[in-house]
Design a protein around this ligand. Structure first.
Ligand code: PEP
Ligand code: MG
Length: 758
């Protein structure tokens, strides 16, 4: 670095220089442009660029440049970790390349013309832990930058960080305040994550936008008298009735209550009579519906309770139906979701169900997250669903054509004909290929050397039971009883639960069924439970802690299970998230009390269910012997066990790299748990995702696991895997894995793909 450049750098580091830059700029874009000019001047480089981090799209965006093609500003975008600039962002470390184009991490953006610049130096711009962007300088001369330049650029970035952070926030604000004409997250194609497979092509319905339209009203003139209004009410009630029946067919556990709120409102004097009053005093029917619904929506939107906010969509939906029965609206204005692609920030399971009843074509969740149960229900209902990180999609015009590919997670907004034709062709080809019936497995699953492995099914919804049967499940190792609770708008009664559980028992025709008691809280929230928001829901009042706290809810469920199990041979009740023997005893006492009640009431029930528990918390490992003395059986829930063992939120993608089922401590703890259960002759199974992971199955068999409970669709692959293994080889392999002391060492062994058939 020349003395002149050092002097100029000193000048840049002078705060007054920066503040002059801010005050002298007309707007943020101009400020950024002046900044890159200044830095490139001081550092004597022909190119200087600022990339800012767009948090909503999780991308770096070129915001200002001198030296690169100015047309590239706002157009060049890259994910964290992509290309040299993305690498700087992901690693938070400078990157200095003497021959940038030869670097394996180099990514060429034709818009920038940057191939001419071989020397590349970039440093992260951060304020504390907040990532703001990347500052880049480039030069035509190879090997131009040295360590002094790195220090200088780092100092410059540190100096700029605070003011650039403000610029970035202001730009975000500008973007949020103006309804974008174009989507910021890459216009017509958005790469997302798949949540439920299949294709859908239809017009967009933006969830939550219709009430704005409802209050503002369509351009058509107001119309309708009292007779029209009464007729519209009758038609709406009949339509809802038909929808409700369709809903109950597709997901029987939803019972008939999914549209209960609609029916109540249709009967609510405050709601309907207010409309009637308005019509009587001269208001056209459409205006009356709009006014009253608008008042309710306003009132409910402001509520602090999630279950009341959820009702907004019910009112909106009902009012939309009344309106379209009063004046037939254009297809994209009638608020109906049939054949459309719904775009929502997030959806409650009960809303998903209503959309299914209307035959929605597909769903895009625009806020980047999906809870596992919403994805499960969507898969079960065969509604393609894609999750994208693109909140701007919520500004999309209603009626815009949208194509989604739930198999890979793609969303196309207003796709051109070639894209549509391509998907049409794929769809047709799919329909023409007959779905081959899976061969029925004959008899139990055995390893190559004849050891029996029990393949049990994990079941969430009644709709999955036939598949479990077809796949030859030896029973149900985990029935997640929270699903009937999740998909309904209110707590199911004991009788309603009984009817659902009875279907489970009957469908298994004498095979064992393990009912796990209500596992809600954490990521599985019931909007209607009106639970307090907890700072750490995964460590809060979830699962068995919730049911022990609300004993009436717990008792109703246990009674329903015991009654449904009447006459069955091997029912079992299992408690989730047990942390101490004391918890287990309290929960078991509830079962004992329920048995006493049922006997006293003379109600038919099963009198001796097996009572077991899930191993999901590290606290259980040390006390396994005490638990084994009391519990009839165990099931290891590795999804949670890994979460709590490693202290990693299982649904937080920011720490996904720390969620390591193959962590040596996890493997060793599993080994101890299984060993103690075997010593005490207590059946033990595994029912987390690890149970269908073919790389982990040899380990599980090697430590003595003989029961795997998995989603039915994985059964054929898991069965094939097991039949190619011998227990001796698995034991030796497990020994090797247990001796490995680091995640990398375990991974290295797992990646070898050894022959375990010997
Ligand atoms: C588990 O934690 O592994 C488990 C099976 O329970 P869930 O995934 O329902 O929390
Ligand atoms: Mg769990």
């Amino acid at each position: 670095m020349t003395a002149k450049r050092q002097d100029l750098l000193n000048m840049l580091c002078d705060l007054s220089d920066l503040s002059a830059l801010v005050t002298g700029s007309e707007n943020i874009e101009n400020f950024l442009q002046r900044t890159v000019l200044l830095v490139s001047g001081h550092l004597e480089t022909p190119v200087c660029s600022i990339y800012l981090y767009d948090e909503t799209a999780d991308e770096l965006v070129l915001k200002a440049t001198v030296g690169l093609n100015p047309e590239a500003v706002d157009r060049v975008r890259m994910g964290s970790g992509q290309g040299l600039v993305g690498t700087v962002m992901a690693s938070s470390q400078p990157v200095c390349e003497g021959h940038a184009s030869q670097s394996p991490r180099f990514r060429y953006f034709p818009e920038t013309d940057e191939l001419l610049y071989e020397s590349f130096l970039a440093v992260p711009i951060r304020k504390g832990v907040v990532k703001i962007g990347v500052l880049v300088v480039q030069h035509t001369e190879p090997d131009y930058f040295d360590t002094t330049d790195i220090t200088a650029l780092k100092a410059t970035a540190a100096q700029l960080a605070a003011v650039l952070e403000n610029a970035r926030l202001l730009m975000d604000l500008q973007r949020m305040c103006s309804i974008p004409e174009k989507l910021a997250c890459n216009q017509s194609f958005i790469k997302g994550q798949r949540a439920a497979g299949g294709f859908a092509f239809g017009r967009a319905r933006v969830w939550g936008k219709s009430h704005v339209r409802l209050i503002a009203g369509p351009d058509t003139s107001e119309s309708g008298d009292m007779a029209d209004f009464r007729r519209a009410i009758g038609q709406t009630a009949a339509q809802l009735d038909a929808l409700q029946r369709r809903c109950a067919e597709r997901l029987p556990e939803s019972a008939s209550l999914i549209f209960a709120a609609h029916f109540m409102m249709l009967k609510d004097p405050k709601f309907i009579d207010r409309m009637v009053e308005k019509i009587e005093s001269g208001s056209p029917a459409t205006r009356a519906v709009r006014d009253v619904a608008g008042q309710y929506i306003q009132l409910f939107t402001d509520s602090p309770h999630p279950y009341i906010r959820e009702k907004v969509s019910d009112i909106e939906d009902l009012a939309g139906r009344l309106m379209s029965n009063l004046v037939p609206l254009a297809d994209d204005q009638n608020g109906n979701s049939g054949g459309k692609v719904v775009i929502a920030r997030e959806l409650y399971p009960s809303e998903l169900l209503k959309l299914a009843a209307e035959s929605v074509a597909g769903i895009v969740l625009a806020n980047g997250g999906v809870t596992s149960h919403v994805a499960i229900i969507s898969r079960s209902l065969k509604i393609p669903m894609v999750v994208v990180q693109c909140p701007e999609l919520m500004h999309l015009d209603e009626g815009t054509p949208v194509l989604i590919d739930g198999d890979v997670g793609n969303v196309f907004v207003d796709p051109d004909k070639t894209v549509i034709d391509r998907y049409d062709a794929r769809n047709q080809a799919r329909r023409q290929v007959p779905v081959a019936a899976e061969p029925q497995p004959a008899g139990p699953t055995r390893t190559l050397d004849g050891t029996r492995i029990h393949l049990l099914a994990n079941i969430n919804l009644l709709a999955e039971l036939p598949l479990a049967g077809q796949m030859g499940a030896a029973g149900i190792g985990l029935y997640r009883t929270e699903f009937p609770f999740l998909i309904r708008p209110s707590f199911p009664s004991e009788t309603e639960q009984y009817l659902v559980y009875r279907k489970v028992v009957e469908s298994m025709t004498g095979k064992p069924v393990v009912f796990r008691t209500l596992d809600i809280g954490g990521e599985k929230t019931l909007s209607y439970a009106d639970a307090e928001t907890e700072p750490n829901p995964e460590l809060g009042l979830r699962s068995i802690r919730f049911t022990l706290a609300y004993r009436d809810i717990f008792e109703q469920q246990v009674r329903a299970i015991l009654r449904a199990a009447a006459g069955s041979r091997t029912p079992a009740i299992m408690f989730p998230l047990i942390s101490s023997v004391d918890d287990f005893r309290k929960a078991r006492q509830v079962v004992t009390d329920c048995l006493d009640q049922l006997r006293a009431e003379g109600l038919e029930h099963h009198d001796h269910p097996a009572i077991g528990m899930m191993v999901e918390l590290p606290a259980v490992v040390e006390s396994m012997a005490e638990f084994a003395a009391e519990a009839d059986f165990f099931a290891i829930g590795t999804n949670d066990f890994v979460q709590y063992m490693l202290g990693v939120d299982r649904s937080n993608k920011r720490v996904a790299d720390y969620y390591r089922p193959e962590h040596p401590s996890v493997l060793r703890a599993l080994n101890r748990v299984v060993r103690v259960a075997i010593e005490h002759k207590k059946p033990i199974s595994i029912c987390g995702e690890m149970a269908h992971d073919e790389t982990m199955i040899p380990f599980l068999l090697g430590i003595g696991m003989r029961r795997l409970s998995i989603d039915p669709q994985f059964m054929p692959a898991v069965r094939t895997c097991i039949t190619g293994l011998t227990i001796d080889a698995c034991q030796a392999y497990a020994g090797e894995l247990l001796a490995a002391g680091s995640v990398s060492a375990v991974r290295e062994i797992l990646s070898r793909q050894p022959n375990l058939a010997a």
